[in-house]
Design a protein around this ligand. Structure first.
Ligand code: PLP
Length: 365
């Protein structure tokens, strides 16, 4: 039996050969950070990719910083509550707290695993103090109804930000600032990095200033700010990733579809709708009543499976004091969701081993 351990993922970034032309450009430019030419080119090419203006795209250091910068840039009232789903990675809540908001945790829709405008409206009525901003999270790269959130923002006057950390392949341009992570583990990686996209020029200009000590055009700091710029080296990796994106997207589709089949063969049919077909994401998660049993069964077969978000934000000690509403759906999701191993060039042997192990452990009785 093959007893090599199968990890949950094997990040895949552009190799040295593909980076060299970009690194040579950095050597020649002698410009290493501070919105340099490679960052500009990355913004320009991503703007083309999403059919928006270059002024609608901003390169930043990581998605956690980008979410904080977005909260500052929409001028949400600091000190207020930031409504967000508890069903997310802790970064969403850390990002709000580091710029003076108190995370206010709410439940999600059982079907989409995301916050919906209806849940947000109901939660606003039950908030213990004023809500100054809302963060919506794309669960494991899945799309959210972008237009409904633009409408919510318009109707309530409360700024919305979309945490699309894992959703590079599903984001839609619009007036709601959207943050995508370019972490090494994502389908479109730069090592570390993030993109803020928004069709409101003012918001992006504010963000550019807030990520650069409050400077814009001169060296006078005029607002709360930090340093959250992307370096030219990370932009180089991002550009090489973008060169490879059409081919890599196809490889992700193939890997995800093989994993979907492995699940189906084990009778695990709760595969996220559209994953591997209409969109790709590096963290395929399924739901099963036997999640705990599956995780320990896979582990005993040398296969790593995880609960990426643990019990959601509310389950983490760092957030045990923050206000929240009842979270029955989140608790159910936490108990039944598991992430499976997947990477873009996963080999057939690993897929077969995962398939066999899933089959063995899917039905505990
Ligand atoms: C939902 C969510 N938000 C934010 C982040 C933070 O992204 P970064 O690592 O780029 O700071 C992550 C990271 O995976 C995430 O899953």
């Amino acid at each position: 039996m093959d007893d090599t351990r199968i990890p949950i993922m094997r990040p895949f970034l552009p190799d040295t050969e593909t980076l060299i032309p970009y690194l040579r450009r950095i050597d020649n430019n002698r410009w290493y950070s501070n919105y340099g030419p490679l960052c500009h080119e990355l913004e320009e090419r991503l703007a083309e990719h999403w059919s928006v203006k270059t002024t609608h795209v901003l390169s930043l250091s990581n998605a956690t910083q980008a979410l904080s910068i977005a909260l500052w840039s929409v001028e949400a009232p600091a000190g207020s509550l930031c409504l967000m789903p508890s069903w997310s990675f802790v970064a969403t809540a850390h990002a709000a707290r580091q710029v003076g908001f108190t995370p206010f945790l709410t439940d999600v829709d059982a079907n989409s695993a995301a916050l919906t405008p209806d849940i947000a409206f109901a939660s606003l009525k039950r908030a213990p103090s004023p809500v100054g901003a809302v963060i919506v999270v794309c669960p494991f790269g899945a799309p959210v109804p972008w237009e409904d959130w633009a409408d919510f923002q318009q109707r309530t006057g409360i700024p919305v930000i979309i945490d699309a950390a894992a959703a590079f392949d599903t984001v839609q341009p619009g007036p709601v600032p959207t943050v995508v992570s370019l972490h090494a583990t994502k389908v479109f990686p730069a090592g570390e990095g993030a993109i803020l996209m928004c069709t409101n020029d003012d918001v992006v200009e504010q963000a550019r200033r807030r990520a650069n000590f409050g400077f814009l055009g001169d060296h006078h700091s005029r607002c709360h700010a930090t340093n959250a710029k992307m370096s030219e080296y990370h932009a180089a990796v991002g550009l090489a990733s973008l060169d490879a994106w059409p081919a890599n997207r196809r490889r992700w589709q193939s890997a995800l579809n093989q994993m979907r089949q492995a699940c189906a063969q084990a009778g695990l049919a709760d595969w996220p709708q559209g994953l591997g077909e209409t969109y790709v994401c590096s963290s395929p998660t399924i739901r099963s009543a036997a999640a705990s049993h599956l995780i320990s069964g896979l582990q005993s077969d040398g296969i790593e499976a995880r609960r990426w978000w643990q019990g959601g934000i509310a389950s983490h000690e760092a957030f045990n004091q923050v206000p929240r509403l009842a979270l029955p759906v989140t608790e159910q999701l936490a108990a039944t969701t598991l992430a499976l191993p997947c990477w873009l060039d996963i080999d057939p042997q690993s897929i077969s081993r995962v398939a066999a192990s899933l089959k063995r452990h899917a039905h505990p009785d």
